[in-house]
Design a protein. Structure first.
Length: 255
């Protein structure tokens, strides 16, 4: 029986991972399913995946260029182990599972690439000369290159000169209607919300997301010191860096 092998390169348990679990609840997953996941996966995410199928912790090599040989060696071992099965590579960013992608492309395996985040800028691509040619190779040999929205797909196609016929996007990959309804409801109650949250400043910067140093919210907090007194910052979310960020906020803006 052909297995579905889903490779995930993600160390956290935030929006990307929760989106993936939500997707599994929405669709019927062919059985059996195998998950290949990096060694630094979040324990809670691992437990959720174990309820869905077999889970293997893979000692992937880092995505940087000097790991080319060891990265291909380790990835090809996993590709050979599941030779003839169908791979889905869930990518946290455009270089996620870089060597596994390349191994699939050069080994003739059947696979789909699912891109989670937006494409990098031209400026950031200059720091990685391999990113563009490898993405082009992987996309060209994939059955499909799937994106989380039309705008994201168009951005990737333009930036990496991908074959558009190979690309597909998931419309409304987030519950946009329920989000829109909630935002509309909050707008009609904004004065009450301000009172409840004790927000006195006129201008408010809002950042919604997992509180984690990888997200960079600490830079926003630090920047607050350079802004006028009538500008405030509201971080909406929870995460491992919550207490650290709260202390930083007290240091930057006492009281």
């Amino acid at each position: 029986m052909i297995k579905l092998v889903i490779a995930i390169d993600s160390p956290g348990f935030g929006g990307s991972e929760r989106d993936l679990l939500r997707l599994f609840k929405m669709v019927t997953i062919p059985r059996p399913v195998v998950f290949l996941i990096g060694p630094n996966a979040h324990p809670e995410f691992l437990e959720a995946l174990k309820c869905l199928g077999e889970v293997y912790a893979c000692n992937w090599a880092g995505n940087v260029s000097y790991n080319l040989l060891v990265g291909l060696y380790r990835s090809l071992k996993w590709v050979s182990r599941f030779k003839g099965h169908y791979f889905v590579v869930w990518s946290h960013h455009c270089d996620s599972n870089r060597w596994l992608r390349v191994s699939l492309a050069i080994s003739g395996q059947k696979y789909v690439i699912c891109e989670r985040s937006v494409a990098p800028t031209q400026e950031s691509l200059k720091r990685s000369r391999l990113t563009s040619p490898l993405i082009q190779l992987v996309s060209r040999r994939a059955d499909k290159h799937v994106f989380c929205g039309a705008a994201q797909m168009e951005e990737f196609v333009k930036l990496f000169k991908l074959t558009k016929s190979k690309c597909k996007y998931i419309p409304n990959s987030r519950p946009v209607l329920s989000i829109s309804s909630a935002v509309s409801a909050l707008k009609s109650q904004k004065e009450a919300v301000r009172r409840d949250l004790n927000i006195a400043v006129k201008q408010l910067l809002v950042c919604v997301g997992r509180l984690d140093k990888n997200k960079g919210q600490h830079f926003l907090i630090q920047a607050l010191a350079a802004l006028p007194d009538n500008v405030g910052l509201l971080l909406v979310g929870d995460g491992p860096a919550k207490e650290e960020f709260e202390q930083l906020a007290r240091d930057v803006a006492p009281g």
